[in-house]
Write a protein that binds this ligand. Structure first.
Ligand code: SF4
Ligand code: SF4
Length: 345
């Protein structure tokens, strides 16, 4: 019998119930991270408070159980506490994505009282030098570490999200130790997405091919990619737009956080979330992302190891089904690693 969690995820995919939705509260940020998928020219302050509060009602009605509040930097919103408390009263499991630099004693006490499912904090290296080469803000490493410590001291569940780049790949062994010293769990990611406007600058931070095998091994220890849950053997590109959705700072409803506005399913400033999620554009999106493969992928021997992201295909190649070089390269390495592991008695 399948594990219950697997059945739950599969049912939500099949029935297009958006169990996991991220809401970008603002595009404003006090850092200027080089890898960020939000274009550096974007500066939307986010939806008005009243619309966000009514949106939470609509998300609950649509079946959302896990609500992620992200940015930009969510703590730049003066109404953040009201948003968190209202969402908590609606019994969402709330995840907050923050760089933690603004979490002083008062904020830590406040956040500890909200009852968050977890706080996720991106960290780009084990030292200030490496981390700040990405954030482009002096002092940000110490501020992030202090913010995280203030939260964990109060029992808040914090997950450090390590981004492995060519700058931090030499520090892989130090990253779990850093998380342990702060009493945090950790996850890791290495796949740099282009920005939503198609700018490929973040990819200049990609690790060298020689470092890929050990990086993939490291990343897989802590990976939690929602799109891969129970989708092996299914006939859809990924779970974005099915059991996973996103509302950006301008109110556009998107299949997941990294789709550009041109693929919006509708805007919550003019329609309810439920109308949009069940509406014609959403249905068209699901139709156009059914059928997993281009002809090249259909014949590919590496396909069982492939984690190609359709949004990255779109941003890099202009087609949601096109292979792109890093997807193929990573699949090749995973296949080779699996073959080697199988040979171990
Ligand atoms: S589009 Fe990419 S990032 Fe979004 S859910 Fe699908 S695979 Fe994941
Ligand atoms: S490895 Fe490349 S060609 Fe093969 S399935 Fe993945 S994206 Fe397609």
């Amino acid at each position: 019998m399948l594990p219950y969690s697997h059945v739950f995820v599969q049912q939500s995919v099949d029935q297009c119930i958006p169990i996991r939705v991220s809401v970008t509260l603002t595009e404003r940020c006090n850092e200027r991270c080089r890898h960020c998928y939000i274009p550096h020219t974007a500066s939307s302050p986010g939806l008005p408070t009243a619309r966000l509060l009514s949106l939470f009602d609509e998300l609950a009605e649509a079946g959302c159980v896990a609500l992620t509040m992200t940015g930009g930097e969510p703590l730049l919103r003066p109404d953040l506490l009201q948003l968190l408390q209202t969402a908590r009263a609606q019994r969402f499991a709330i995840g907050l994505f923050t760089n933690a630099t603004l979490i002083d004693e008062e904020w830590a006490e406040t956040l500890a009282g909200v009852g968050l499912q977890g706080v996720e904090v991106s960290v780009y290296g084990a030292t200030a030098e490496v981390h700040e080469a990405i954030t482009q803000r002096k002092g940000s490493f110490a501020q992030t570490m202090a913010g995280v410590r203030r939260l964990t001291e109060r029992g808040v569940n914090v997950v450090l999200k390590f981004l492995v780049t060519r700058l931090s790949v030499g520090q892989l062994e130090q990253l779990p130790a850093l998380a342990a010293s702060l009493h945090c769990d950790w996850q890791a990611e290495h796949d740099l997405k282009p920005r939503l406007d198609g700018n490929t600058d973040p990819q200049s931070l990609r690790i060298e091919e020689a470092d890929l095998p050990r990086t993939l091994q490291f990343v897989e220890v802590g990976s939690d990619h929602p799109s891969q849950l129970s989708l092996r053997g299914s006939n859809i590109l990924c779970s974005g737009g099915r059991n996973l959705g996103s509302v950006n700072a301008r109110g556009e409803v998107l299949p997941c956080i990294i789709w550009p506005d041109a693929w919006s399913l509708g805007n919550v400033l003019t329609h309810s979330f439920g109308e949009i999620w069940r509406g014609p554009r959403a249905q068209q999106f699901r139709k156009s992302t059914t059928g997993r493969h281009s002809s090249q992928c259909a014949e590919c021997e590496e396909e069982p190891w492939c984690e190609r992201c359709p949004a990255v295909s779109l941003l890099l190649e202009g087609d949601v089904r096109s292979p792109y070089p890093t997807a193929c390269e990573h699949a090749r390495i995973r296949r080779r690693a699996a073959a080697t592991a199988e040979k171990v008695p």
